[in-house]
Design a protein around this ligand. Sequence first.
Ligand code: FE2
Ligand code: FE2
Length: 474
Amino acid sequence: MTIDYSERIPNNVDLAGNKTLQRALEHWQPRFLDWWRAMGPEGSTAFDVYLRTAVSAESDGWAHFDYVRMPEYRWGIFLSPPEPGRLISFGAHKGEPAWQEVPGEYRSTLRRIIVTQGDTEPASVEQQRLLGLTCPSLYDLRNLFQVNVEEGRHLWAMVYLLHAYFGRDGREEAEALLERRSGDADNPRILGAFNERTPDWLAFFLFAFFTDRDGKFQLAALTESGFDPLSRTCRFMLAEEAHHMFVGESGVGRIIQRTCQAMKEHRVEEPAKVRALGVIDLPTLQRYLNFHFSVTLDLYGAEISSNAANFHTQGLKGRFEETKIDDDHVLAGAQYPILDLAGDALVIKSASAVQALNERLRDDYIKECAAGVARWNRIIQKAGIGFELALPHKAFHRRIGTFADAHVSPEGRVVPESEWTHHSREWLPSQADRDFVATLMGRVTEPGKYANWISPPARGIDNKPTDFEYVRFA
Ligand SMILES: [Fe+2]
Ligand SMILES: [Fe+2]
């Protein structure tokens, strides 16, 4: 499963053995590069960036680190090794051999799943394209670019599946993936959270923590797929995704650390005084957190969903860690508790488990988010500051599903619209908050220097020191 870098498109799928497919992807490649030049990181061409590149798809030691000139990054097609004799582990086809070709009856559903996943990858690159101009350090700039090139590679992963298994429709979808634009009024990206702006580094780190983690849960569910090429593609993408979430969690952690340090040093607690020290006050961080968490929850879709039920029954998309769950994996007659609205009260009701799979995946996701927030709180606690970050309630600020039209406070109280309007400035970042954070965003590019509002990391990338020259400017 070593990756052939002598090919125009690096791959471990024996692309050279399928000339038609190779030609089709080589035709798409320059269009991808055009998109990258137009919508990838602003002003980054001619930077040498210390990046990791996949050299094998094995789980141990797959990455190689070296300086790469940005547009010359070798985007390629890497699938995890096949599991011989793999069987479908859930749904109506449970126990049958995994499919190596697309079953005709599921063709359009599978294509839709792949396009929806694929669309998020270039979207996040577009959302983050200006952040390099205000990087807090070379270390952070390098991490941003690492995430960006890998999201570009994730697009390649999905485009490979479209080209290899979906004929002309797949090729058309691959073109359309380069045509939609995040936030565009006429031709937006498919999912809401991927049309939001990521204007500053606080937003970026929270996006990487919350929204890349949604990516993890979606990919994990698709790794269970009965369609084996999709499963193997997603398995390798998950290996890359871990770093994106690390960038998010450690980035927010370093902001918290720096804020707490400044608060202690100057003995101030009041947000305005904390801001005057040139660091991000914790209530502002909480409001940003509320925003990113709630828009990401919407990505899981409606609480009750017949699409989600079909995906599972048809063996296309499993549950998170499907094979580790101790049940029949068919969900015959099974129930799952979902949150519902009864007048102005939130109640738990029992629903058909197979209809409630979006809600279940969302719940699995929330558990992992809560663990991360607890780790952030330990940094605050250790500094001796009396403040606690919290995830807002699941029903807070939702635009999709049962709570789309309800007004729910972060604590989970259904409130009248007047109260929502009155308090939303305390609950969500206001323009004034965003303007304040924007004033902190400067560009720090001296090796070993870090912007005032963020602590240096505990250690560097690839065992390099924190003052390593992670990016060299031409
Ligand atoms: Fe991705
Ligand atoms: Fe990611």
